[in-house]
Design a protein around this ligand. Structure first.
Ligand SMILES: [Zn+2]
Length: 117
C-alpha cells in the first residue's frame, strides 16, 4: 500500500510509540511509511489510544486560547483543564521560552526538570 502523505513510500507493519502531550501511552501496532515515517493506526487501535489517554486524564487537553493584552505584555489564558492537570495556579512562577514557533511554559514544581531557577 502506498503512503497517502508522501505518495512515495510503502506502508509496512510495525509498532508506533504513542506519546500525547509528552505522556507515553504505549506501543501500538501501526502501518508505517518506509519513506516519510508517517504512521497509521486502525480504528480499533485509535479507539484504544483514546481510551488510554482518557484514563490518564490527558484526552482533550489541547485547546485554543486567546491572547490578551495586559499593559505592555501579552497574557495567555490557560484553560482550567490544563491548569488543574498541571497544578498551576495564580501567582505561581513558571519558566517561559520559545521553541521555534511554539511558546513553552514549564511548570517546574510538578515536573522537577533540569532548568534555570
Ligand atoms: Zn510516506
Amino acid at each position: 500500500m502506498k503512503c497517502p502523505i508522501c505518495d512515495k513510500g510503502n506502508l509496512k507493519k510495525g509498532t508506533v510509540k504513542e506519546v500525547m502531550f509528552g505522556t507515553y501511552l504505549g506501543d501500538f501496532p501501526a502501518q508505517i511509511c518506509d519513506s516519510c515515517g508517517e504512521s497509521y493506526t486502525d480504528q480499533e487501535t485509535t479507539r484504544n489510544i483514546e481510551k488510554i489517554a482518557k484514563a490518564k486524564g490527558i484526552w482533550g487537553l489541547g485547546k485554543k486560547t486567546t491572547i490578551a493584552k495586559t499593559g505592555n505584555s501579552l497574557a495567555v489564558r490557560i484553560p482550567k483543564e490544563i491548569a488543574s492537570y498541571l497544578h498551576v495556579s495564580e501567582g505561581m512562577e513558571v519558566y517561559i521560552h520559545p521553541d521555534k514557533e511554539k511558546i513553552v511554559i514549564e511548570c517546574s514544581k510538578r515536573q522537577g526538570r533540569q532548568q534555570s531557577p
